[in-house]
Design a protein around this ligand. Structure first.
Ligand code: FMN
Length: 370
């Protein structure tokens, strides 16, 4: 196989046999109440695991205040550990490597998702923000939010640390910190959503503090070799914008480089959260630029096809490429790419929530043609 995607690569202490990663994908099929993974989720990950293949779990809620989409799994309670252990065991049985994506929705939530019906939390209260959440009433506009007090921000870092610890108990191979797509960490990073005047707001150094403290906390649990960070420098999903994204993300990538994390996962331009973004006003920032300041393993995601993924790795811009939507509809995606088999189309209507339909019923290629 001379396709560059099938050249082994190191990821922290792990040797991956191919460079086709499964991107983190929120599917909202955890068991309720309790938001723990059940048998259905274990089957879904099992189907997508491959020998020496890398999977990042769907965004997993680190604190009871962090849920924005009913059905997202959590890692804020010990009772959520056994369900995750089943998922991890299934992936390991296939020879795969799986990291847990740690996430807090921040202002992209709703009072119906919050403990005691209180307001969702954010760095700052910003007028004009229009987000969405998924509650028992379906997709609804995000409710008004409130700003975290400084001591609460410190407490939130600790929630991320505890979640990282539970992830370890579940047997994951590492954690990925979700710093993208307009959720809490991204809200702290970008000045369109962070208007604080304490040590978590204002300068780039201050706005990056929350992410970097969480990263250090995760490293204290896992060691730097088993911690990755995901950033979306170009994304506007969740009402994100910054006055100088180039300076911000260059600073953050350089700081993460100094911490020596296992990998940096970047969402490329042209993707708006979970769909194509045809608008021309995106910042054309991502792997090609941040490669200059981040010297570790780089994972790129966003709108890739097998051919464009191979060229990006070939030119040395990324070490791995993560596929999102094609991994939904092609459980055996690495094998299909290896063999040159056609890729199945995905059905958007079943992305979020529901049953096995559009989740575990996409067949592998051999089965489809048998
Ligand atoms: C249904 C769906 C759910 C997603 N959930 C997450 C998530 O939980 N965490 C995350 O970082 N990105 C999430 N994303 C973004 C993907 O990881 C990926 O960046 C995006 O789909 C672009 O890659 P693609 O063009 O290969 O699909 C999601 C995307 C989709 C389509």
């Amino acid at each position: 196989m001379n396709n560059v995607l099938f050249k082994p690569v190191r990821l922290g202490p792990y040797t991956l046999e191919h460079r086709i990663a499964m991107a983190p994908l929120t599917r909202m099929r955890s068991e309720q109440p309790g938001s723990q993974p059940g048998e259905l989720m274990a089957t879904y990950y099992d189907q997508r695991a491959s020998q020496g293949g890398f999977i990042v779990s769907e965004a997993t809620v680190v604190a009871p205040t962090g849920d924005g989409y009913l059905g997202s799994p959590g890692i804020y309670a010990d009772a959520q550990i056994p369900g995750w252990k089943r998922v991890v065991d299934a992936v390991h049985a296939k020879g795969g490597v799986i990291f847990l994506q740690l996430y807090h929705a921040g202002r992209q939530s709703h009072v119906d998702m919050q403990p005691d019906g209180s307001l969702p939390v954010a760095p700052s209260v910003v007028d004009g923000y229009e987000g969405v959440a998924y509650t028992k009433n379906g997709w609804v506009p995000a409710s008004p939010h409130r700003a975290l007090a400084e001591a609460e921000v410190v407490g939130m870092v600790e929630q991320f640390r505890l979640a990282a610890e539970r992830g370890k108990q579940a047997g994951f191979d590492g954690v990925e910190i979700h710093g993208a797509n307009g959720y809490l960490i991204d809200q702290f990073l970008q000045d369109g959503s962070n208007q604080r005047s304490d040590r978590y707001g204002g300068s780039i150094e201050n706005r990056a503090r929350f992410l970097l403290e969480i990263t250090r906390a995760a490293i204290s649990v896992w060691g730097k070799e088993r911690v990755g960070v995901r950033l979306g420098p170009s994304g506007s999903f969740g009402g994100m914008h910054d006055s100088d994204p180039e300076a911000l993300f260059t600073y953050v990538a350089a700081e993460l480089d100094a911490l020596g994390i296992a990998y940096l996962h970047l969402i490329e331009p042209r993707v708006l959260g979970n769909a194509e973004d045809a608008s021309k006003d995106q910042n054309p920032l991502a792997a090609r630029m941040l490669r200059k300041v981040f010297h570790g393993t780089l994972v790129a995601a966003g709108g890739f096809k097998p051919e464009t993924a191979a060229s990006l790795v070939e030119e040395g811009t990324a070490d791995l490429v993560a596929f999102g939507r094609y991994f939904i509809s092609n459980p055996d995606l690495p094998a299909r790419i290896a063999q040159g088999w056609p890729l199945a189309d995905y059905d958007r209507d079943t992305f979020y929530g529901g049953t096995a339909v559009g989740y575990t019923d996409y067949p592998a290629y051999a089965a489809a043609t048998a």
